[in-house]
Design a binder for this molecule. Structure first.
Ligand code: KG4
Ligand code: ZN
Length: 342
């Protein structure tokens, strides 16, 4: 019955969660609004905000998980391990969570578990009531990554397709920026798309071999299209523009999902990462699943974007497999540090 405290600080969300025997008891997330005015995450500001948030967020996660324990000391003493996001991410942000976890592990004399952020996004699908059996495919779509992962077991994941340039979340955010929307633009495109016609405007869809993706052409296609329009065009057609951009991104993703299912013969498909919060993507995948006979799994909304619950559930499986880290472990910013050989 391991009791694990997990910390996530890879980008601009400070989060802490407690998991007992694979069950999530708490999951607190502090969002950083300071970046909105800059149109993207400012690494130095993110690190500072993590420093401010980390103690109250961990305190809140522990208090909610153990209301019967009245002191911070007694709550900390119940822990069997401390887990943290080791890679990939912004190095200054990762450092805050890593150092905190290491200090706590040292002070409490408890084992330390280093978790790969992308592995955790995939395993977020194992948190809810309805969990996929293995093997399953996972479309991981976030602000930094776009991957199709073949999951054979919790600790045996293989990336079978990925983006060669921008991530799907970047495609949303950069297109939104061209439309004058603030960062992060993905949720806003989702919101306005609900009122728009997805077939009103047509944007470029790339022809990329195998199971890989490309999104940089879409951004350029949106840019050239907007440059040709009269002033006021965006305001007048915002909903249709958002719906058409979202439709194109979803189409690019869905084509490769279909191909991955054909190639692997695995008919269980999960989604993960911030973009899996997109209502159009959720609906399209569910409809495609019903049409083609795939089983589709979509994690609860709070486990789609960055959160520590997914770090905790991954740490749980690593705990069972005795995969612990020593205190000389450090963070790594590198995105290409693949989960396939993690
Ligand atoms: O996984 P995540 O929280 O952070 C990392 O990148 O690791 O993903 C953030 C990304 C951003 O690009 C954001 O615009 C996008 O997820 N996103 C969405 C939606 N909610 C978040 N994109 C489209 N529709 C949404 N509803
Ligand atoms: Zn993420």
């Amino acid at each position: 019955m391991p009791t694990i405290l997990a910390i996530e600080s890879s980008c601009d969300e400070t989060s802490a969660a407690v998991c007992v025997d694979g069950k999530i008891l708490s999951n607190f997330i502090a969002n950083q609004t300071v970046h909105e005015q800059y149109g993207g995450v400012v690494p130095e500001l993110a690190s500072r905000a993590h420093m401010q948030n980390i103690v109250p967020v961990i305190d809140a996660a522990l208090t909610q998980a153990f209301p019967q324990l009245l002191t911070p000391h007694s709550r900390l003493q119940t822990l069997d391990a401390i887990a943290f996001t080791q890679a990939p991410g912004l190095i200054g942000s990762l450092l805050v969570g890593t150092q905190f976890a290491k200090s706590l592990a040292l002070a409490l004399n408890k084992p330390l578990i280093a978790v790969h952020h992308m592995q955790a996004h995939v395993l977020a699908n194992l948190i809810g009531e309805e969990r996929p059996d293995f093997p399953f495919l996972c479309l991981t779509v976030s602000g930094g990554h776009t991957q199709i992962v073949l999951a054979r077991s919790p600790l045996d994941l293989e990336v079978i397709g990925e983006t060669i340039d921008d991530a799907a979340g970047e495609a949303f955010d950069k297109s939104a920026k061209l439309l004058g929307l603030p960062y992060p633009g993905g949720p806003l495109i989702d919101k306005y798309a609900k009122e728009g016609d997805p077939l009103k405007f047509k944007f470029a869809e790339p022809q990329i071999p195998e199971l890989n993706f490309s999104f940089s052409g879409l951004k350029t296609s949106v840019l050239y299209f907007l440059q040709k329009q009269e002033p006021g065009f965006i305001e007048q057609h915002l909903a249709d523009l958002c719906a058409s951009i979202q439709y194109t991104i979803i189409n690019i993703l869905l084509k490769k999902v279909k191909k991955a299912i054909q190639q692997t013969g695995v008919r269980r498909i999960c989604i993960a990462g911030g973009v899996s919060a997109n209502s159009g993507l959720r609906k399209t995948l569910q409809e495609a699943g019903t049409k083609h006979g795939w089983k589709t799994y979509i994690p609860p909304f709070e486990y789609c974007t960055d959160n520590a619950a997914m770090i905790a559930i991954t740490a749980y499986y690593k705990y069972l497999a005795n995969e612990f880290s020593t205190l000389d472990v450090g963070p790594s910013a590198r995105a290409e540090w693949s989960i396939s050989n993690y």
